[in-house]
Design a protein around this ligand. Structure first.
Ligand code: T4K
Length: 386
């Protein structure tokens, strides 16, 4: 159903069609019966957490699906980042981007490290590798690039620079579940890649996360950090936290993993519909899939050029919200402008990120979003053009 924005009854028609809210995303879930079947034996075993059978099975299946050498499951994506930085014993400064979710920067700061913000590439919003080297000092210990929206960073150049200066590379891979680059699982790059399986992600375990790595010694450290450093009922070898994935989350993972390819295929169809409707509109730029990338269609950011489009991102956001459609301004504000860091960082030093953060809108995207709903969203967006 396509509508003409000049139609007198346009607003009324849309409001009638959009019953209830359309949010930026909607959690993928298996059939209720499938999940019940998966958790049934937990009532017999009474084994709810602490690396039980579901955890073990899910970890193995995931390792194979993601095409990585080693993996450990954690309670969420944030703890994956935070504990990775601790396990690697990072010191001093860590180079990252401010165009990300709070988690990336907070993980650095909560480790007592200093984030040094690098600007982003205007086309794919990942770390601008041409600006990276000039930020390295004798205090730099690592680079934390973000595969933001599922857009893969310039892996080769980041690794070249890291090798030249002896730096660790930790990818924030929260948005890249199931992706590959040049045929290799995305989690196999850098020293460590950290995934999120939050309810809002392409693949979820309700809450959850994982670290992918190649160094067994790192894996031993992560395991200690996620389970209090316990090595036996009477042996505690190091000071760790608690970041274990429980059996109900692992069960959700086992179920969702069976359907994730189908989910991604459905997302692809939604994204293609958006492209059909918006690609030719002057002043709107939709995210593009990178070369050599097998994508997962995690997010669909649209960047507005107010001069060409005739109105800015915030007006489009408000217009959609007026019709019960809630896009999100991921990632606005930049993390280097957060109140909790007031006066510490200067967002003028990351001008591209600052500019994009004021112009980007992530459009509703989930497997069950219908073509009709996408059309309505696009009609409303197009109706804003002046
Ligand atoms: N690194 C990056 C780059 C990240 O983006 C994230 C998380 C992390 C690290 C950390 O990973 P985790 O520790 O979270 O595993 C959401 C998510 O909570 C967060 O996981 C995600 N990034 C971030 C980009 O988005 P909010 O504050 O926008 O979530 P919220 O509650 O406003 O939900 C957004 C929409 O999702 C709702 O409008 C509807 C839908 N939704 C939400 C929930 C909670 C559902 O359909 N079901 C749900 O259960 O942060």
């Amino acid at each position: 159903m396509q509508m003409n924005s000049n139609d007198k009854n346009y607003t009324g028609m849309i409001d009638k069609f959009v019953t209830g809210k359309i949010l930026v995303t909607r959690s993928s879930m298996p059939a209720y019966e499938e999940y019940c079947e998966e958790i049934k034996d937990i009532w017999d075993t009474r084994w709810l957490t602490n690396m039980g059978p579901k955890h073990k099975k899910f970890q193995e299946e995931l390792k194979s699906y993601l095409g990585v050498e080693m993996i450990d499951l954690l309670t969420n994506g944030h703890m994956a980042l935070e504990l990775t930085m601790q396990a690697l014993g990072l010191t001093g400064e860590v180079i990252t981007t401010p165009f990300t979710f709070a988690s990336t920067t907070h993980a650095i700061v909560r480790n007592g490290l200093t984030p040094v913000f690098c600007d982003i590439d205007p086309d794919d919003f990942t770390i601008d590798v041409t600006k990276l080297e000039s930020l390295i000092t004798d205090k730099t210990s690592a680079i934390v690039p973000v595969h933001v929206y599922g857009n893969v960073c310039n892996i080769e150049e980041i690794q070249r620079i890291a090798d030249k200066y002896g730096l660790k590379v930790i990818y924030d891979a929260a948005h890249t579940f199931g992706e590959s680059y040049k045929g290799q699982g995305i989690g196999s790059f850098g020293d460590v890649s950290c995934f999120s399986f939050h309810a809002t992600k392409v693949f979820n375990t309700i809450e959850g996360g994982a670290v992918c790595f190649k160094d067994k010694a790192f894996g031993d450290k992560i395991y200690d950090l996620k389970n209090f450093g316990i090595h036996g009922p009477e042996i505690v070898e190091s000071v760790g936290a608690n970041a274990k994935m429980n059996e109900f989350c692992a069960a959700m993972g086992l179920c969702n993993l069976r359907h994730v390819d189908e989910e991604i295929a459905k997302r692809k169809a939604v994204v293609e519909r958006y492209h059909e409707r918006l690609d030719n509109i002057d002043g709107i730029r939709l995210n593009k899939v990178g070369k050599d990338v097998k994508p997962n269609y995690a997010y669909l950011p649209a960047v507005f050029d107010a001069e060409k489009f005739g109105c800015g991102r915030d007006e489009v956001f408000d217009e959609l919200a007026g019709h019960n459609i809630f896009a999100r301004k991921y990632f606005y504000p930049l993390t280097n402008t957060f109140e909790c860091f007031a006066g510490k960082y200067d967002p003028a030093e990351t001008p591209v990120a600052l500019d994009i953060s004021k112009r980007v809108l992530t459009l509703p995207l989930y497997a069950d979003l219908t073509a009709e709903q996408v059309d309505i969203i696009c009609d409303i967006i197009i109706s804003c053009k002046k």
